[in-house]
Write a protein that binds this ligand. Structure first.
Ligand SMILES: Cc1cc2nc3c(=O)[nH]c(=O)nc-3n(C[C@H](O)[C@H](O)[C@H](O)COP(=O)(O)O)c2cc1C
Length: 191
């Protein structure tokens, strides 16, 4: 099977199905009506230096999704790592409509230290980000934020360093599918 995408057809299924697993940006922002939290799996480290995270929000008929709109307006967001035992809570925060996702998912909104946004108290690692750039793609909006401050819970550290083994992060597959990050192996890099 081959797909010629030059005619502008949607590649959503192919991208979401083949670029897997994707990390889940659990993005918290502050809006005019309160705090907002939602998962975004078109998300990644854009570059480690300067430390920058990126997520993209598909625009709706009404315009920007709340997360993107809030990030643009406040210049801030936090990303909160979704560990496996937060999966159900993360899913609750994907609901649409004017709801308080922190309340709905029974999560604690904690004020960030350096930016105008909340973070998820239950998440083991939170990154506070200042928006440095937004790119309008017409149908979606890419938001880039430079990391200002990081919170790492003791439960995911060993000898004072982040321990990925303890993080138990979730990945997103396609549709309603998710992946654990528990089945791993190592390869030594060639000289
Ligand atoms: C695991 C997961 C990943 C998602 N990733 C994205 C994404 O990358 N971009 C997007 O626009 N919506 C994504 N969504 C849908 C949004 O979370 C959903 O539209 C949410 O209501 C947006 O909330 P907001 O309007 O408060 O920003 C995802 C949903 C789930 C469950």
């Amino acid at each position: 099977m081959e797909i010629d995408a030059r005619d502008g057809r949607s590649l959503y299924r192919t991208l979401a199905g083949a670029v897997v697993p994707r990390p889940i940006g659990w993005i918290a922002t502050r809006g005019p009506d309160g705090d907002n939290l939602a998962p975004y799996s078109f998300f990644n480290v854009a570059t480690p230096k300067p430390p920058t995270l990126a997520f993209s929000a598909g625009d709706t008929r009404e315009g920007l999704k709340d997360t993107a709109r809030n990030a643009v307006e406040t210049g801030a967001f936090t990303h909160n790592v979704v560990m496996a035992d937060l999966a159900a809570a993360m899913n609750e925060t994907a609901a649409t409509g004017a709801i308080d996702e922190f309340d709905r998912a029974k999560l604690t909104a904690v004020d960030a230290r350096t930016v105008e946004a909340p973070r998820v108290g239950e998440s083991p690692v939170s990154f506070e980000c200042a928006v440095v750039e937004t790119v309008d793609f017409g149908a979606s909006t890419l938001v880039l934020g430079q990391v200002q401050y990081v919170h790492i819970a003791d439960q995911v550290t060993t000898d004072g360093k982040l321990d990925t083994d303890k993080l138990d992060a979730l990945g997103r597959m396609t549709g309603n599918g998710y992946a654990y990050t528990r089945d791993r192996f190592e390869l030594e890099r060639p000289e």
